[in-house]
Design a protein around this ligand. Structure first.
Ligand code: TIU
Length: 226
């Protein structure tokens, strides 16, 4: 059965959704960004600001799983040999705190290290796709587009951190590739609350110049009404 008539409350306008063609895309909810001692704190940020997004993400994730909506998780990080890390990205920050340095959760932003894991509250289930991405955008140098194509997905419900960096980059990349991208406001967070707020406005201003903005309540209400 298709759900052509389902309408998601969103800005700048409600969005008709076909759940079979929609995916929940959770960006980089990793210990490295949300817990002390990881990449986020090595950049000088207060990582506690990102906790706001955890509970709304949990609600949307549970609702998506119950409704059978495709769930995709991403993780930002690099190979252990860092052959996939641009030098300009690595060289930011002091030697003790940059990507690849040893920290309390293992080497910062390196695949396979404890800090690279998705936080336990949002741990992927077997069968859910996990995309490892070397950049800020989830489409850059990954097979995300192929994963979406094989599942005939045309709409992305986007959660995660941080709003103005990896969420924004991914929404922009997805929009340019023809996907309808909906950022879920309370399921995203930033180390800079003003960037979060303005970042969301930037997506849906100008009649939705590169996407839509909705929230966890709107998505869970819609999925519950199915
Ligand atoms: N620093 C920051 O705001 N974000 C990142 O480096 N990566 C993501 O947003 N995932």
């Amino acid at each position: 059965m298709t759900d052509h008539n389902m309408l998601l409350a969103a800005q700048p306008a409600p969005l008709p959704l076909e759940l079979e063609r929609s995916a929940l895309l959770i960006i980089d909810m990793q210990r490295d960004f949300l817990e002390p001692g990881g990449f986020g704190s090595s950049l000088g940020n207060d990582v506690s600001l990102l906790r706001n997004a955890v509970e709304p993400c949990q609600r949307v994730l549970a609702a998506a799983r119950s409704a059978g909506v495709v769930v995709i998780h991403t993780r930002e990080g690099h190979r252990a040999d860092m052959a996939d890390a641009h030098p300009h990205k690595v060289m930011r920050g002091g030697p003790a705190t940059r990507i690849g340095a040893a920290g309390p959760m293992g080497r910062i932003l390196i695949r396979g290290e404890p800090g690279h894991d998705i936080i336990p509250e949002l741990a992927p289930l077997p069968g859910e796709v996990v995309i490892d991405k070397p950049g800020k955008g989830a489409f850059y140098q990954t097979d995300l587009e192929m994963v979406l194509t094989t599942r005939r997905i045309d709409t992305l419900l986007v959660c995660g951190v941080t709003t103005e960096v990896c969420v924004h980059t991914t929404v922009r990349e997805g929009n340019d590739r023809g996907y309808r991208c909906v950022a879920l406001a309370d399921c995203c967070a930033s180390y800079f609350p003003e960037f979060h707020s303005i970042g969301l406005q930037m997506i849906c201003a100008q009649n939705g110049i590169f996407g839509w903005v909705s929230d966890a309540d709107a998505v869970t209400a819609l999925l519950a009404s199915r």
